[in-house]
Design a protein. Sequence first.
Length: 260
Amino acid sequence: MNTWKRRNVAAWFALGVLALLVTVSTDAQAQAPAVDPAAVQILKRMTDFLDGLQQFSVKTQSIIEELHVSGHRVDYDLSADVTVKRPNKLRAARTGELMNQRFFYDGKTLALYNPSQKVYATKTAPETIEKTIDFARETVGILLPAADLLYRNAFPLLMQDVTLAAVVGKTFVGGVKCDHVLFSRPGVDFQVWVAEGERPWPRKYVVTETAIPSMPSITTFLSDWNLAPAVDEARFSFVPPKDAQAISFLPPVTTGVSNR
């Protein structure tokens, strides 16, 4: 066989092997379950761990995608220091391009304070963190990125109407080895990067609105978890500074990206 023929045979053989690999890969994907139990187990392990925490603090750094008036995508950064004491205490100091706010919930009252403008608003709130997060979003339009991770018994909430669950792989987030999992339900995809080991806390969380053509998303990095923060009850109650002015909450404004 001459050199030209050998090269042709080798090329056709290579193409045949490639086609076989593609077929095998496609078949494997077709046979893979839409909801992978391994992905579900990783999520369940994370939520069980978070459920067991009576109090904690965490730092978050969020990237919120929006459409500029020009029609182009822009990213807004929002950092927050969050302290939680279950069942009914929550405080968050939030700073970024979109806001400079202090969020207080003491089990009875929700308060929002803007130190830059020295204005604040208060409203009677429900009796739990979970109900207050819903109330804040639906009634006064306060967006709390990754708020669903603060819910106690978050697993059924996150798994509601899920049509796809997949293990994407393993990677490092902030130097911590994590399982990367993907979930999808009508209108929304979300991804979670869950730390390996005895403390499977979330290190990164991405929520994407697939029902919107631009598919905006919120990406949140979670770090500096503290499971025994020094918590003073007074820390969750808002006492307005003497030079602060009371105002009313504005009605909710649709941001294009949900909390979940």
